[in-house]
Design a protein around this ligand. Sequence first.
Ligand code: ATP
Ligand code: MG
Length: 216
Amino acid sequence: MDEHKNSNKFLKHKIGIIGGTFDPIHYGHLFIAETALDKLNLDKIIFIPAGIPPHKNQSLITDSFKRVDMVKLATKKNSNFEVSTIEVNKQKTSYTIDTIKELKKYYNNKVDIFFITGDDAFINIETWKKYDELLNSTNFIVMTRSINNSKLLNEKIELYKTKYNANVTKVEIPILEISSTDVRERIKKNNSIKYLLPEEVEKYILENKLYMEQGL
Ligand code: ATP
Ligand code: MG
């Protein structure tokens, strides 16, 4: 029996992609991935840690292999979650438009791709490489992350629908004020990070003495 949800041969498989620095991965990331899977009936989610993210100061980012290790530890118990090293293997700046094109090629265009973001990332999409082409060619699932972004987010979604024929689904989730920045700050201050991320990731951070001294 076909184990995929969309076993009808006329339906394309639906794959969710979540990109991020994941420095470190936390329950906010896992929750938006699971919510997207559930709400849009996706077949699986691929977590893609960024190699050299264009929007962050590279010298302050944790070694990519350690970030990948943490994403693998965090996702291993969920059989619908996968991790891809497509971006970290590149050793140059990773752009979403290129990653999506490579994935589509890999799947011979036989899948529908849904890119999952928080509202903060989506609101800034105009700073991404070829964002117009990206909005036109990829489905987006945007998760609410802050009530302060609500008006701007709705305006942007409407604009992109009209201007680029974008397919954007907004999903309202309970606001989770968890961020990697906050996790890193807590560690620096010697505060607890329990219940903000999976125990396996907490253990890995402690064993590898991550975030204790480096800048934010
Ligand atoms: P940092 O504080 O270092 O920027 P982050 O917590 O924002 O880290 P990223 O790796 O930058 O994590 O985010 C990857 C994706 O996950 C982005 O699209 C971001 O908007 C989304 N995301 C992260 N945390 C949450 C959250 N708590 N709720 C909703 N979306 C989130
Ligand atoms: Mg972020």
